[in-house]
Design a protein around this ligand. Sequence first.
Ligand code: KG4
Ligand code: ZN
Length: 338
Amino acid sequence: MKILGIESSCDETAAAVVEDGKRVLSNVVASQIDEHRLYGGVVPEIASRRHAENIYWVVQESLLKAGCTLDDIDAVAVTYAPGLIGALLVGISFAKGLAMASDKPLIPVHHIAGHIAANYITHDDLEPPYLCLVISGGHSHIIEVRDYTHYHVIGRTRDDAAGECFDKAARVLGYEYPGGKFIDAAAKLGDPNAYRLPKPKIPGSEFDFSFSGLKTAVINTVHNAEQKGEQLRREDMAASFQKTVADTLVERTMAAAKMLGSKKLAIAGGVSANSGVRTAFEKACADRGIKLYMPELKYCGDNAAMIACQGYYDYLAGKRADESLNGIATLSLDKISE
Ligand code: KG4
Ligand code: ZN
């Protein structure tokens, strides 16, 4: 079964054709980041306009690269939540048009479920139940994946998401937006023990995250050094910061794995591309006899292959949408599992 996936929830216009939830026949991503970089973050109005300009050729190219026409496609899957509402609506409207005009099923896909599903593309042997840590620009969640379409969120961030924290720390260190990958590169050259940074805990919520205090600590350290005219080695700060984030993620996730007795853990989302985070999880999982699954780097960030992949499982579970499908800016995975 071939599914055309469409993703436009933030600043990537993406389309992909995936067969039986596993075989990626094409994966086209048009990033708008060069334009948003000028403003230090994603500008929703610009994102919607660029999606509207890009969506037609991105979908065309995904079909061409897959060697398909619309006739060969069995269903259209589209991200409907969560995300920037104007951005989501471009993908949703296009997907609706395609599905209605060609009389094919329309499958609504939750963006975070898509990030989780990126692991099915990479790992043939991964099957629910398992625990998944989703860390992206907008989300930090520890999720019990009960089956392919049922989730239970057991931990989440109380303030900034992990990726947001990377990007804000990167900005104060002078890196371009989005700075996560620059911190990753700089950290390789720095001393992770050069700076002691806080690892905030939330009393009574062992599995929740809070990253805003860490972000503030980096900003204050940098500003203090500037005021005193001291030289701050940004590679050292990048390495110390990255280690603190990785340790925090590992600590909370391992506590959740212990509580649930999970022996399978997946990580997903843009920040799961981070080399320090990947290494920290490899070590922690090896020490505890937990099997670790990580997406290939190209499926960590936003893409439509992950949406087509999850769309396959949603299709099998009977999820369908009609012309009334709307975008939803905020929607917990718990809500779609009821
Ligand atoms: O999953 P994603 O592409 O979009 C959302 O759904 O939010 O994640 C984007 C986030 C950005 O904050 C970006 O800086 C971060 O992922 N990111 C990284 C790395 N690559 C991307 N953070 C740390 N290290 C990386 N190598
Ligand atoms: Zn995402």
